[in-house]
Ligand binder design. Structure first.
Ligand code: SF4
Length: 373
């Protein structure tokens, strides 16, 4: 048994995955118990008041508990992907950001808003991609490939970002890698091997890969998905590119959380099979009443796993934790100012690139000649 921030005792759920760097049972052990309806209403009221009193705003990721998504929006915050969360926090007048998500999201918010206080319900909420890419080993990998431009995914520590030439998210990775390839640059990609492989297949870029994976998306299975598709022949399949190659190959739409939301609204279908963290289903269903969303199959939901398609670290976020950190100012994210300065560079490059792309401006001039042989 262990204690949550609200001191409620919960059972330890013993879950082991093959990846040695993913102690998920510790994460599941710290998932807060579901509050009762009365407790939930009281916590929401308390958080709403605290946000106002403390000049704070709440930003939540699509994969956290629906209560945290709804409360963020109801109190003037937002629900989004990691980069939009950080950008929203930077542009908001609030001096304190409460980030419901995982640690790299808090760090990215801190990098973009170094003078603001960034609080998280549980600082041990992490990510298998971040855990599986320690800075020392990653630096050695980069040193072994000095002729390559280092492109890292948002799901990395601040220190790994500081070692990179470019940061990308799943929504802009294709465009940025394609532009780098057009400039004749060779890529070192980290950490997600499935997303990297997808980008390589789509762009034909010369890439070497760090061997990382998301423990949630890695579990989606093509054979079982084909079976589900046969049962729902009219359903369109929406897949996040952190999923394995054979699952991506079955998709009607492949893309980031934002792209999946858009596909659900624009594709000509009323039934969808969704291969991404099942926290996403809340937003999909809220925005698309009348449409049906079905979880794509994983290796199997065993008695020891709450759901193989749900991130145990995202599940560590809860209303009680948000109330606690707001009330006491605990769990602040700290990033070394030197790291912040260096990590801004790849992030600013990405922001300038995506802004130019959005405005229909040329992007070639935004690509520095990094790593050229
Ligand atoms: Fe990391 Fe996967 Fe969890 Fe996202 S869902 S935080 S990529 S482990």
């Amino acid at each position: 048994m262990t204690d949550t921030p609200s001191n409620v005792a919960i059972s330890v759920i013993d879950v082991e995955y093959e990846q040695p760097a993913c102690p998920t049972r510790h994460a599941w052990a710290r998932v807060p118990v579901e509050p009762t309806a009365v407790e939930r209403a009281a916590l929401k009221a308390k958080i709403t008041n605290l946000l106002r009193e403390k000049n704070a705003v709440m930003v939540s990721h699509y994969y956290v508990h629906p209560d945290l998504q709804d409360l963020a929006e109801a109190t003037g915050g937002m629900v989004s992907d990691s980069l939009e969360m950080a950008r929203f926090g930077r542009d908001h007048s609030a001096q304190t950001l409460v980030v419901s998500g995982v640690k790299f999201m808090g760090e990215t918010s801190k990098i973009l808003s170094p003078h603001k206080t960034v609080l998280m319900p549980d600082l041990d909420a992490t990510c298998s991609l971040d855990l599986g890419c320690p800075i020392d080993e990653f630096s050695a990998f980069c040193d072994a490939h000095p002729d390559r431009t280092v492109v890292v995914y948002a799901n990395t520590s601040a220190a790994v970002k500081a070692r990179a030439d470019w940061l990308v998210t799943s929504s802009c990775a294709l465009d940025i890698v394609r532009a780098l390839k057009d400039q004749g640059q060779k890529i070192l990609w980290a950490p997600d091997k499935h997303l990297g492989g997808y980008i390589q297949r789509e762009t034909g870029a010369d890439m070497v890969f760090w061997e990382g994976a998301c423990i949630v998306h890695d579990e989606f299975k093509a054979f079982e998905l084909e079976g589900l598709m046969a049962q729902h022949p009219l359903a369109k399949v929406l897949v996040h590119p952190e999923s394995p190659k054979d699952v991506i190959a079955l998709a009607h739409a492949v893309g980031s959380t934002s792209a999946i939301l858009k596909a659900a609204q624009t594709l000509d279908a009323t039934e969808f099979i969704v291969a991404t963290d099942n926290g996403m289903l809340h937003k999909l269903r809220t925005l698309n009443p009348g449409k049906t969303f079905i979880e794509a199959p994983t290796a199997g939901n065993s008695a020891t796993c709450k759901s193989c398609a749900h991130c145990p670290w995202m599940a560590m976020n809860g209303l009680a934790g948000v109330a606690h950190v707001l009330e006491h100012g605990t769990n602040a994210i700290h990033v070394d100012p030197v790291i912040i300065d260096r990590a801004r560079l790849p992030i600013d490059r990405m922001l300038a690139f995506t802004a130019a792309l959005k405005n229909g401006q040329p992007v070639g001039g935004l690509i520095p000649n990094i790593g050229a042989a």
